[in-house]
Design a protein. Sequence first.
Lengths: 200, 234
Amino acid sequence: MSNRGSEPVGVPHQGAPTGSNLASLLRRCARGDEAAFAEFYDRTSARAWGVALRVIRNPAQAEEVLQEAYLQAWRQSGRFDPDRGTPMSWLLTIVHRTAVDRVRAVEASSQRDLRYARETHANPEPDATAAVVLGSFEARKVRGALDALTELQRQALELAYWGGYTHTEVAGILEVPVGTAKTRIRDGLIRLRDTLGVEV
Amino acid sequence: MSDIHALSGAYAVDALNDIERAEFDRHLATCHSCREEVASLREAAAHLAESSAAAPPPALRARILDDARSVRPLPPTVVPHRHRVRRVPAIAAAAALVVGLGAGLTTALWKPWQPDTVQLTMADQIRQASDAQSWSQRLPGGGTATVTRSRSIDAAVWESRGLESVPAGRVYELWLQAPDETLAPAGLMSSGDGEVILRGDAGDAIGAGLTVEPSGGSPAPTTEPLVFFDFRKS
């Protein structure tokens, strides 16, 4: 098995893997093909890791989350349904949900401090990880699409996606009525979808 | 909830609590337009990840590939359905075009290998699994609790009906019991009526239970279970 761990991060081809190849890799995974799984990992792990780490923040826990998520992907590979989306979004849905579940389980014991969240998220610092890959074409496009969102849409969406907060918690952090946050999250996603040309 | 459709965005980015998530899962089973919308919004959300890509620790790769070596993939879920709905993979095709793939190629390769099935909610998949096992109890305080588990899907769904409402500042917490008899948190419910997909390793679990915990839940039970199911007894 080739080790591609040394591949540069955030290069455009990893940012934009061709969907069909990932789908056929998943199909081979479903038949127990470990080499296909290794290739699937190599081609998706940078984005999966980015999601896990940014949601969880703690690298050791992010590793556990990624391990759990990929094991799920391997086990569920035969149930991937191309009618319902691309392999990348299917994988990232698994990774994101695993990460969010972990964050909530951990914080269930130590009630999360909304005031802290309000301070750190209201004015998010551009983080170093993101800056590294902003040069890639895809990332620039997404950044541009995010700029098309209203401030409230962008904040609500980022708190939900990267913060792992529920829409009710997002409403609390942004000090808007419950019910407003879920609408902003949905509106933001719809605008993002339409700007990026991901259309049904 | 007056307009459950409005939860599609929050659902797509996992911004629902366990109860809302289960409710929306139920809704998705019957709402075709929400299924389509969630799929397209998940595609959009996946693009958010572009800006955070980073190389994972190299040692993680070996651990993940080792995991795969020790577990076999699950067989595809094939559930016959009355309506043989054949949807055009519009989202998939559109997304593939975004990443620069030719349209001719997508139609050839994007054919699903389960063309005559529709996706059921997780809860329905569990209940309709050929190896589904169910345990039910009537509670002394009123109401019933049912847990249904499928080993092949490796998941379990909990349903409560008519339980006493939980006191203010408290929440119902669900637990899965691992083979070593430890209890792991498996979900929260704020009311006596609800359906929750149990979180954790349901396939190997030897039991499931329900306790009342301080709101937010506890990492380990702090009260006696109101109900407990032993999966080793059928």
